[in-house]
Write a protein that binds this ligand. Structure first.
Ligand SMILES: Nc1ncnc2c1ncn2[C@@H]1O[C@H](COP(=O)(O)OP(=O)(O)OP(=O)(O)O)[C@@H](O)[C@H]1O
Length: 342
């Protein structure tokens, strides 16, 4: 099951009846990097084989423009890091692309198919999934129950299929087997009956990633996969992210830790104040003056003005209200909802 026990590209090659033992077959990492190597480091640059294409997407909250992306392409089969100072719009862009939020303007597509009008479960069914944080409600479910929530297309969901118990029981058995396989791969199988809320920070991140894989995604969007993870688990998590690429998935991740970004990204997109301000391979980013200015301009350590303090307080209150409002219905809807209190 683990990608690192199989040669790169093994799935596609064996499906096509081609021998996978050829030593010359380049690893997906090298394929992605080679595809991106000669591109100019320009905002909006066209990629050789884009999986996701974003055009003119804006999202405002009252007077604040949280996202304003003119054009962005994400290369298929690569790992794209999305970085930027706090409040840059990264999470909002994730929410928009996966149907958890609606933009004011703009279009975006996956494999040429427009996703703009789709609900999160429809987007997931097409193969684009995001991880979402373990909310209070999900913490009260077991690890295995969390995994089963990530499964797509349960036959029991359909009205007619639900009349035929043998159909949904077979589906349930298959989903449970798949969940246990993934839990084993992420070394969480011994925890299957534990409440998810009892997991450590790193184990929660592993569970979030494992749950996203239940729907056999083509594009995986990871929101801060390393946040709150102790150093002992960091390498294991990084390995799991790289494995997704080895299996042919397209990975987009938000991360604040630049060491992580440099380690795993084939390409980095930098946002600030809602806009993409730079794009390029990891090594291009630290030399980019606009990026340096954006981070310095964020004034992380400067004391807040009274107006800023008021805004931060209002945002925190709104976030708490949102979290309280969304907690309960995660399970009722049967659809994973963003519980991110931002
Ligand atoms: N539901 C909302 N209502 C009002 N403002 C919001 C909402 N969601 C996000 N914002 C605002 O939009 C801006 C972008 O927020 P977002 O969370 O997308 O940034 P981010 O880059 O993910 O930040 P961070 O790195 O801190 O997570 C921020 O100013 C934030 O306060």
């Amino acid at each position: 099951m683990r990608a690192d026990s199989e040669p790169a590209g093994a799935h596609a090659a064996s499906a096509a009846g081609v021998s996978v033992d050829k030593p010359s077959a380049p690893a997906p990492r090298r394929l992605a990097q080679a595809a991106l190597r000669d591109l100019p480091w320009e905002v909006g640059v066209a990629k050789p084989d884009p999986a996701i294409v974003v055009d003119g997407v804006t999202r405002t909250f009252g007077g604040l423009t949280a996202v304003s992306v003119d054009h962005l392409e994400v290369q298929r089969g690569g790992i794209t890091g999305l970085i930027g100072p706090n409040g840059a719009g990264k999470t909002t862009l994730f929410n928009l692309l996966t149907g958890f939020d609606r933009p004011d303007t703009g279009t975006w597509s996956f494999d040429g198919r427009s996703l703009g009008k789709l609900a999160p479960h429809q987007v997931a069914r097409l193969g684009v999934v995001r991880t979402f944080q373990l909310t209070k409600a999900l913490s009260r479910l077991t690890v295995l129950q969390n995994m089963l929530l990530g499964a797509q297309g349960q036959r029991g969901e359909g009205f007619f299929a639900s009349l035929v118990p043998s159909l949904w029981r077979a589906q349930e058995t298959a989903n449970t087997a798949k969940a246990m396989d993934l839990l084993q791969r992420f070394k969480l199988d011994a925890k299957k009956d534990d409440f998810a809320g009892t997991l450590s920070g790193g184990q929660r991140k592993l569970l979030e990633m494992a749950r996203a894989l239940m729907s056999d995604p083509k594009v995986v969007m990871l929101d801060e996969p390393m946040a709150g993870v102790n150093p002992a688990l960091t390498q294991s998590l990084l390995g799991h992210v790289k494995d997704l690429r080895e299996e042919g998935m397209t990975v987009i991740f938000v991360e604040h830790d630049m060491d992580v970004v440099r380690d795993i990204s084939d390409w980095v997109v930098v946002m600030a104040a809602g806009k993409v301000i730079a794009e390029g391979p990891p090594e291009s980013i630290s030399q980019n003056q606009a990026v340096v200015d954006a981070y310095l301009g964020a004034h992380h350590d400067a004391p807040l003005t009274v107006e800023e303090e008021d805004r931060v307080l209002a945002e925190a209150e709104a976030a708490i209200a949102r979290e309280q409002g969304t907690d309960g219905d995660v399970l009722e809807s049967g659809t994973a909802r963003e519980g991110d209190p931002r």
